[in-house]
Design a protein around this ligand. Structure first.
Ligand code: FAD
Length: 390
């Protein structure tokens, strides 16, 4: 389906522009979430919105290590009404556009840039948001280029640019995998990787293929998990790569191995685990332990859940600050984790509908169109812990 077909299905009446200096909505972040939300805002009929990004469209993806690829496969399944797993919008298939099953970050960044051109989305790049406050009914979004006012804000600044280097003593001595440009450029022969979920296994695979010896430590051991939920267990793509002969030859996996301390003694790094073992290397240990996430930046605008994520209502809107929305991998409802594109994309239209209705726009046809594509997940009761796609 082309974008124009969807426009015909949706009731596009256009939003008011009574005050050009005030936007109906500002979307912060032009990654997969921000661009996806932007397309749904456009489809529901909101015209007076802007997507802003501190860098460029798809900047986080462009910053992935050169060798890293999507673990979720792309397939041009749209023709039978099943959206490509890596698509962020109805009618879009990265597989069809790029002819690649597991895109690199750089390829996906280009894909997002192409979507911006195709949908003619309003974008302002190189605009770093430094603070957001709400005065009366308007948000003041302070950026390094001035203040922008909006009735609604969608926070979609992601996680990748906010890596975490904590959890044990000496964590700051490690190098986060999000800062690696290319595994082939890392010097040394013996690598210690803390964290054995997707990023840690990805790093181990690329290093092992370059004949490096690698030890991976994980407090649990996702490669042993029996869960079917890819938010918890490793992906099929990773299991496949773990069977590569170089991985089997060069990588040792340490499950249930809690790193308690990282030390540097002269030119040698020591990784010490809870059971008293010490592992050494002259190479700075790699930390693949996740991200603090950008939601910490706007924590004053949300209540915080027990797990540290923002508390949101059924519209993914702050429970304490009406008009402040969250989109992307930080979205959590009860025990449901929306950390992959195929999960969190199903909430874009929920946000768009809520904003549209606050502006007095009709949303019935829009919701029907999105529901028919599995892009409107409003009933989580059908979703068990294991699976969020009903
Ligand atoms: C190694 C790796 C592999 C992955 N593989 C997959 C996969 O196979 N499939 C999948 O579905 N997901 C995958 N993910 C997860 C996926 O990458 C994320 O879900 C996705 O990047 C989130 O998109 P986002 O738009 O929320 O955040 P981002 O892509 O990080 O975009 C956020 C944007 O916000 C901007 N920004 C940040 N702070 C500010 C600020 N203060 N002011 C203005 N702009 C700001 C940034 O410049 C950035 O462009 C992977 C993640 C990693 C790290």
């Amino acid at each position: 389906m082309a974008a124009s077909d969807l426009d015909a299905q949706a009731n596009i009446t256009g939003s008011s522009k009574e005050d050009d200096a005030t936007y109906d909505a500002i979307v912060v972040g032009a990654g997969a979430s921000g661009i996806g939300v932007g397309i749904t805002l456009q489809h529901v009929g909101i015209e007076n919105f802007l997507i802003i990004d501190r860098d460029t469209v798809g900047a986080s993806f462009a910053a992935w290590p050169a060798e890293t690829r999507f673990i979720t496969p792309s397939f041009p399944s749209n023709s039978i009404g099943m959206l490509d797993l890596n698509s962020i919008a109805i009618g879009v298939s990265p597989a069809y556009n790029m002819r690649v099953e597991h895109p690199t970050g750089a390829e996906y960044a280009t894909h997002l840039q192409n979507l911006v051109k195709y949908f003619e989305l309003p974008i302002q790049e190189k605009t770093n948001v430094t603070s957001i406050e709400k005065h009366d009914d308007l948000f003041a979004i302070e950026t390094e280029n001035g203040v922008i006012h909006a009735k609604n804000v969608v926070w979609s600044a992601g996680e990748y640019q906010y890596p975490s280097l904590s959890g044990f003593s000496g964590a700051e001595l490690c190098r986060h995998t999000a800062t690696v440009d290319s595994y082939s450029q890392l010097e040394g022969d013996n690598f210690l990787i803390i964290g054995g979920y997707e990023s840690g296994i990805d790093a181990a695979y690329h290093l092992a293929k370059n004949d490096k010896k690698v030890s991976v430590f994980d407090m649990e051991g996702p490669w042993e998990s029996e869960s079917s939920d890819p938010s918890v267990a490793l992906s099929t793509y990773s299991f496949e790569r773990m069977r590569h002969e170089k991985f089997e030859e060069n990588v040792s996996l340490h499950a249930h191995s809690i790193v308690t301390l990282v030390n540097q003694v002269n030119d040698t790094y020591q990784v010490i685990t809870g059971d008293g073992q010490t592992f050494t290397s002259e190479v700075q240990p790699l930390f693949a332990g996740g991200f603090d996430g950008s939601h910490k930046f706007v924590s004053h605008l949300f209540n915080t859940r027990d797990d540290g994520f923002p508390e949101i209502n059924e519209n993914d809107e702050s429970t304490i600050m009406p008009g402040m929305y969250l989109a992307g991998p930080s979205v959590r409802h009860d025990g449901h984790i929306f950390c992959f594109i195929f999960k969190y994309r199903q909430r874009f239209a929920i946000v768009a509908k809520s904003i549209a209705e606050s502006l007095g726009l009709e949303t019935e046809d829009f919701v029907a169109a999105y529901k028919s594509w599995g892009m409107y997940l409003d009933d989580l009761s059908c979703c068990g812990q294991e699976c969020l796609i009903c």
